[in-house]
Design a binder for this molecule. Structure first.
Ligand SMILES: NC(=O)C1=CN([C@@H]2O[C@H](COP(=O)(O)OP(=O)(O)OC[C@H]3O[C@@H](n4cnc5c(N)ncnc54)[C@H](O)[C@@H]3O)[C@@H](O)[C@H]2O)[C@@H](O)CC1
Ligand SMILES: Nc1ncnc2c1ncn2[C@@H]1O[C@H](COP(=O)(O)OP(=O)(O)O)[C@@H](O)[C@H]1O
Ligand SMILES: [K+]
Length: 583
């Protein structure tokens, strides 16, 4: 699923309208209908939850999966009906079964447009907050569909209706011709307390900066009303590209994202303000996105398989042996942080690689013998106190020269000469390199773009604090636009970047970006990142390329976190080792 910026979305709108010839009003009609359907789906869920209707659809799939239901029944020889519900049963035209004798007569069935049908519709009264741009036009179109379904609706214009233009003005006139009641901010009293829900169609991708004037007032009042809000395209007040929230910003129960997922809806805090996000087609072909150079996508199993070419089933050849699945060298751990090395090494094995050698300070080795018998240990010298020192680089280089992947950083600590130590590895290791934790902190102090490189891929896995040090900005600046920053950094430094945290971002040197959606806040626990480092290294050792290993590693790591939390009483009980066991 592609992720677009507001500018990319505008380009795709233009291409659809100008090159394909689809009228803008048709797109707006589709948008309005999609919004109305999601309002009705929300009303059904609410009725279901309060026990008012046993017929309500509880889940998203059944909310608007009606057309495929109808098609299924048609293919069984029963009723055949289109999405509008106006077509009629197969038995009616006598073509099959009615007078056949041997066949039972076919039932005559007619389906209504269930996606726009609601029991107890008259109990609903929705306010449609309409801005003066196309987002407002979408809301006005939705109002007509809702009214058609029997819900009471009142339009609330943020600006004088005569200021609307283009397609939005067409929608305004259609609503007026139908006699849909309308009020105008600043002129009329707006009864938020009397409504049962609010459609937020104030500002969409054309929004710039903080909501002003009437927009700000209406957003604040809508939030304060406590009524469920369904946002058209994006919550008004959200930065569609970065996920930053302006003041004020709508806090939606549902966001009906139109055509393509906007970047701001998957980045926090925007993802939190959007509520449940439903992406609805409105007639803009998704295939246009790639042609237009859209480079970001949500990391789904489908994207992993088709876009990244990952074999998610992780088939192993019947003839495979431990040599087939690669050998990871991990240089990690020091006396006080030996667990980091142990976690990463075990995670690499659980990710499926054939062999792991864990290089660690020699003084530490006696303490970890037997901790994980599957791991091979290599004493790399170092201080008597179990720390690393500059001289260990030679041994790591010697060991790493023979391995398929070298990973370093977890529990490494800082030591005199560590910058030169890292430079020797960077310049001397010709297999893929995974750098995490203190290796990143060291890197942040180096002008590493000037280092020579044997031309192998490098994967950096910073959390936001480490990313801030690498990029020379503050942590809040990193979080302000994680996708944009990760993309720019990966391209500029020719690395694969894994910017961790909720909705981890994976960026390639070519500017491709993947946003992960697996995992949960229970994974914010010491050592979780070490597990990820090991997993990525383990996948690389099995022959995946760097972007595949980074993306698939992040995806599986989140799934393992979910699975591990599922076997606890509460996600917060999760510890990093549980994730390894859940792999
Ligand atoms: N053909 C298209 O372009 C389509 C657009 N669609 C909808 O149109 C939206 C984009 O429409 P527009 O480009 O008209 O823009 P918007 O409707 O998002 O907003 C533009 C209007 O809001 C005002 N405005 C902008 N920032 C403001 C602020 N901070 N405070 C107060 N007022 C502000 C502008 O002066 C302008 O009048 C999408 O999000 C989507 O909902 C859909 O109808 C599908 C087709
Ligand atoms: N809210 C969250 N949702 C999803 N994943 C999370 C969340 N918080 C943390 N994680 C994941 O947990 C891991 C934590 O890594 P890191 O901060 O490096 O921990 P450590 O250094 O202790 O190993 C990362 O992979 C991160 O993406
Ligand atoms: K909106």
């Amino acid at each position: 699923m592609d992720l677009v910026t507001a500018e990319e979305m505008r380009q795709l709108d233009r291409t659809t309208i100008e090159k394909l010839g689809i009228p803008a009003i048709a797109l707006m009609e589709n948008a309005g209908r999609a919004i109305a359907e999601e309002v009705i789906a929300l009303c059904r869920r609410r009725q279901y939850n309060s026990g008012n209707s046993v017929h309500a659809d509880a889940g998203h799939g059944s909310d608007w999966g009606m057309e495929s239901d109808i098609v299924r029944r048609g293919s069984n020889g029963g009723s055949v009906t289109g999405g509008t519900g106006r077509s009629i049963g197969g038995g009616w035209n006598g073509s099959s079964g009615v007078s056949g004798g041997a066949q039972p007569p076919q039932e005559f069935r007619v389906s209504a447009d269930r996606a726009l049908t609601l029991d107890h519709a008259a109990a609903e009264h929705w306010l449609i907050l309409a801005g003066k741009g196309n987002n407002g036009g979408d809301g006005l179109a939705a109002a007509r569909h809702l009214r058609e379904a029997g819900l009471a609706v009142t339009l609330v214009y943020a600006a004088a209706p005569q200021t609307l233009a283009g397609e939005a003005a067409v929608q305004r006139d259609a609503a007026a011709a139908l006699g849909i009641p309308a009020v105008v901010h600043g002129r009329d009293r707006i009864d938020f307390a009397g409504c049962t829900g609010i459609v937020d169609a104030l500002l969409g991708t054309g929004s710039a900066g903080e909501p002003r004037g009437a927009y700000a007032d209406l957003i604040a009042a809508a939030n304060a009303s406590g009524k469920p809000i369904v946002s058209a395209d994006i919550p008004s007040g959200l930065d569609a590209d970065t996920g930053a929230l302006h003041e004020p910003c709508i806090h939606a129960a549902v966001t009906v994202c139109l055509a393509l997922l906007k970047r701001g809806l998957v980045q926090y805090p925007g993802a939190g303000a959007a509520g449940r996000v439903v992406v609805r087609s409105i007639g803009i072909p998704a295939a246009l996105a790639r042609e237009a150079g859209v480079q970001a996508s949500l990391l789904t199993p489908e994207v992993l398989q088709t876009r990244l070419g990952v074999d998610v089933s992780r088939r192993r050849s019947p003839e495979g042996h431990k040599g087939t699945y690669g050998h990871v060298l991990l240089a990690a751990g020091s006396l006080s942080m030996s667990g980091a090395g142990l976690l990463a090494a075990r995670a690499a094995l659980r990710a499926g690689c054939g062999l792991v050698t864990w290089a660690l300070p020699a003084a530490l080795l006696p303490y970890v013998i037997g901790a994980a018998p599957e791991i091979m240990l290599a004493a790399a010298g170092g201080g008597e106190d179990g720390t690393w020192n500059a001289e260990t680089a030679a041994e790591v280089l010697r060991l790493g020269g023979k391995r398929d992947v070298v990973a370093t950083g977890p529990g490494l600590g800082r030591f005199a000469g560590d910058r030169e130590w890292l430079r020797m590895l960077w310049e001397g290791i010709s297999s893929p390199l995974v750098l995490d934790a203190d290796a990143l902190n060291i890197l942040a102090e180096c002008n590493y773009t000037e280092w020579s490189s044997p031309g192998r891929p490098v994967i950096l896995t910073p959390h936001p604090g480490e990313m801030a040090r690498l990029a020379g900005v503050s942590t809040p600046q990193v979080q302000r636009d994680r996708i944009g920053l990760a993309q720019a950094y990966a391209v500029k430094h020719s690395v694969v970047l894994v910017l961790k945290g909720s909705h981890t971002v994976i960026a390639s040197p070519e500017g491709e970006v993947y946003v992960n959606a697996t995992g949960h806040p229970g994974m914010g626990t010491g050592g979780a990142g070490d597990v990820l480092t090991g997993m990525i290294a383990g996948l690389l050792a099995q022959g995946m390329d760097a972007v595949q290993a980074a993306a698939f590693g992040v995806y599986l790591h989140g799934l393992a976190g979910e699975r591990a939390a599922g076997s606890r009483n509460h996600p917060s009980a999760l510890i990093a080792g549980d994730m390894i066991e859940a792999l």
